[in-house]
Write a protein of this length. Structure first.
Length: 256
């Protein structure tokens, strides 16, 4: 991948990434990079380490460590001068220009900042919702305007859910990222990331992962001040979650 049109801060990252992608599937390398990144901050993230060890030789596995290190260095530098930076989404969009398997472009950060400003977030607002989070840019912009909100992010794309979880983690935001259809909660569930759950107590960024749809949505209900539903055999009715996201009177999506 050419670095000609890449932001200056990503050029070294791309050079390291290309050491892997020239030989392996570009999208799979990115997926493995996200999985390994999350795994370094999680005790229970579902990741097939055995297949990763088989897919990459020892030298290539070390390169993944270099990618994660470079990611943290980029964020360290960018966050000295900016209140947020979407490393994962920015790189993803660059790959979308050259690879059909990426093929998504997210709301530009200036537009996210404008939307957050127009929303005029009240200081007493406790929760933020985004039913189509992408790489969590709108969440990052909203956090810049109002620190301390609990962020509820949902996206049907599992790669986007992982990027969102990492962005919350590295920006010190508490929240939950659910991979599901936000308009029909529970019908397309692939997993949930509970991000920075004990950050204010432990002072350590951490991600908890669950494949249990009932646990994920009950955790969300409790965090939003509701009551957990009793779990019986089979999935529980999660239609009430939709009511938190879509205003039943206006039919509009509610971000706050």
């Amino acid at each position: 991948m050419s670095t000609k049109y890449a932001p200056s801060e990503l050029k070294e990252f791309i050079k390291i990434y290309d050491k892997l992608s020239y030989k392996h599937n570009h999208y799979k390398v990115f997926e493995d990079y996200l999985d390994l990144f999350i795994n370094s901050f999680s005790f229970d993230h579902k990741i097939d380490l055995e297949n990763i060890r088989e897919r990459y030789n020892e030298e290539e596995r070390i390169i993944f460590g270099e990618l994660i290190q470079q990611s943290l260095l980029i964020l360290q530098k960018k966050l000295k001068f900016e209140d947020c930076y979407d490393l994962f989404g920015t790189f993803y969009e660059l790959k979308s220009l050259h690879n059909k398997y990426f093929g998504q472009f997210f709301t530009p950060m200036p537009v996210c900042r404008l939307m957050s400003t127009i929303a005029s977030i009240d200081k007493d607002t406790k929760n933020f919702h985004d039913p189509c989070s992408g790489s969590a840019r709108l969440s990052l912009a909203a956090n810049s305007d109002s620190l301390g909100m609990f962020h509820v992010l949902i996206d049907k794309d599992y790669t986007c859910a992982k990027m969102s979880a990492l962005n919350l983690l590295l920006h010190g935001i508490q929240g939950v990222v659910i991979c599901d259809n936000a308009l029909c909660p529970g019908t397309s569930f692939q997993g949930a990331f509970l991000v920075n759950k004990y950050l204010y107590i432990e002072k350590i960024p951490r991600i908890e992962f669950t494949e249990n749809v009932n646990f994920a949505y009950n955790y969300l209900r409790l965090r939003l001040g509701g009551k957990a539903k009793q779990v019986t055999e089979g999935p529980i009715d999660n239609s009430d979650i939709k009511d938190l996201i879509v205003n039943s009177k206006t039919g509009q999506i509610s971000l706050f």
